[in-house]
Design a protein around this ligand. Sequence first.
Ligand SMILES: [Zn+2]
Ligand SMILES: [Zn+2]
Length: 532
Amino acid sequence: MRVMFIGANHEVTGSCTLIEACGKKILVDCGMEQGPDIYENCELPVVPGEIDAVCLTHAHIDHSGKIPNMVANGFSGKIHMTEATGKLCSIMLRDSAHIQEFEAQWRNRKAKRSGEDQYTPLYTPEDVEKTVRLFVTHNYEDTVRLFDGIKISFFDAGHLLGSSNILFEITEDGVTKTILFSGDVGNLNRPLIKNPQTPPHADYVVCESTYGDRTHGPAPDYVGQLAQVIDETLSGGGNLVIPAFAVGRTQELLYLIRVIKEKNLCPDCGNFPVYVDSPLAIEATSIYSSEVAEYFDDETVSLLEKGINPISFPNLRVAVSSEESTAINNNPEPKVIISASGMCEAGRIRHHLKHNLWRRECAVLFCGFQCEGTLGRRLIDGAAMVKLFGDNITVRARIYNLNGFSGHADRNMLLQWLREVDAKQIFINHGEDAVSTEFALTCESELNTPAIAPYSGDVYDLASGECIEKARIIRAEGKKDFATKRAKDVFDRLLSAVARLKRVAESLKGSSNKELAKFTDQINNLCDKYEK
Ligand SMILES: [Zn+2]
Ligand SMILES: [Zn+2]
C-alpha cells in the first residue's frame, strides 16, 4: 500500500493524490490548476483507464476540475462523494466544460492566424455528462466498502456545502492502516454550513495549509463590516463590486445581505439593488434549498422551517445573459454587484472592474483567498494601474479586504484539527510553496509529530511510513491546465481502452468456451488489422 502525491504540492490548486493498495488504484481529488503554476506536476504513473475509482472531497474546481478529462481519456470507474457535492459538482463541471470550449476556440483563432496546430478543449459537455453518470453519493459517516480491503468514510469538513474529509481504511497482507485526507478544512461560524466536525483518528493525515502561516484573528462581525462598506459606497453614489466564487461564497454573501436588509443596517441606501452576475452562481444558488437541508447549520434549517429563503431578499436581481450583464453598468443607480471569478482571473467580474475601478466613488470588496500572481492579489497589494481587455485602468476605487471572511481554517484551527486526528505522520499539501514548508515545521514543533510537505512525484509506503521514491522537482514555466494539443491524450485513450479490454477479459472467466473463443477471435482480428 502506497500513496503518491500528484498535485497541490507546494501549491494551492490542482489537488490530486494516488493511493495504490489491494491491487487497486484510487485517486483522491483530481483538480484543475488555477492561477500561476509554480512546480510541474508529475504525470500519473498509469493511464486513466487503469484508475479504479476517484474519491472527491468537495466540488471546488481545484479538486474536481480534471475528472472529466480523465473520463475523456478512458477512466470509467465510480466517482465517490457526498450527495451535496454531487449536486454542486455537476453544475460546476458543466460550466467548466463551457469555459474549456471557449478557451479552445479562442486559442484556435490565434493558432489559425499564426499557422500553429489546432487545440482541443480538455473536455467537452458530453464528457461531463459521462462523468456525472459515474457519480456515487454517500452520507457523512457511513462506511463504504470500496474494494476488498479498502473502506472509506466521509466527515463534514465545514468548508463548502457537502465538503468532506475522507478516511481510508486499508488492509493488505494482514496489515491495516488508516489515512485521512483533509480536503479543505472550513473556518468556524460560516453562514449556511456547519462547523467542521471532529475528525476521526488516523495513522496518516494529508492536510491542507492554505492559511497555515496566518490566524484570522477574532471572529469579525461580517454583517456589520459588510453593511458599513455597502452604506458608505452606495450612499456616496458608487457601486460596490464583490468578486466572489460562484459556488459557496456568493451564497454566503446573499445570506449576509438578507440579514442586513432585514435589520435595515444600511438606512441611507433604501431598498438597494443587488445583482448576481454569474450564470453558475445563479444555478448554484438554486441548489441551496430544503432539498439539501441536512447539510445546513441549525440557523439555516430553522429559517427554512419558517418558510424563509435564507439567501433571498427584496431587490435581488440576476443577470443570466450577457446582455443583462452589460445592462448592469449602463444603469447609473448605485448597486452591489456580485460576480465571478473570485480572484478576478476570468469571467464577467473583469468587465465590472473595467467599468468601476477608475471611479473614485466605487469600491471593490474582496472576501476570499487571492493566489499570488492573480489580478485579485495585485489589487489587494495596492496596484495603482491594471490592464483589462488590453486597456490600462487606473485604480481609484477603494479596495477592501474582508479579512477572516474565509472558507478555510487558519493556522491554529488546522493545528487543533490535526491534534484531534492524532496521526503518526503528517503530510502537508494545498498551500503556497513557503507556507506548506513552514506549516510542516510548525506541526513538528507544536504537535511533536513527524510532518513533511511532499513534492509532486514523492511516493510513501503506508505499511512502513517510509519515502520510497523522491520526486524530481521541476519549476513550472507558466503552463496551465487549458486546452492542449493533445497527442498524448489520444494515446492515453488507446492505452485506457486496452486496460478496459483486460478487465472485460478477466470478467469473462467461467463463461462458455464458445463465448470465450468468439471474444478471442475478435481481438485477434482487430490486432491482425492494425499490427504493422
Ligand atoms: Zn475548496
Ligand atoms: Zn482547495
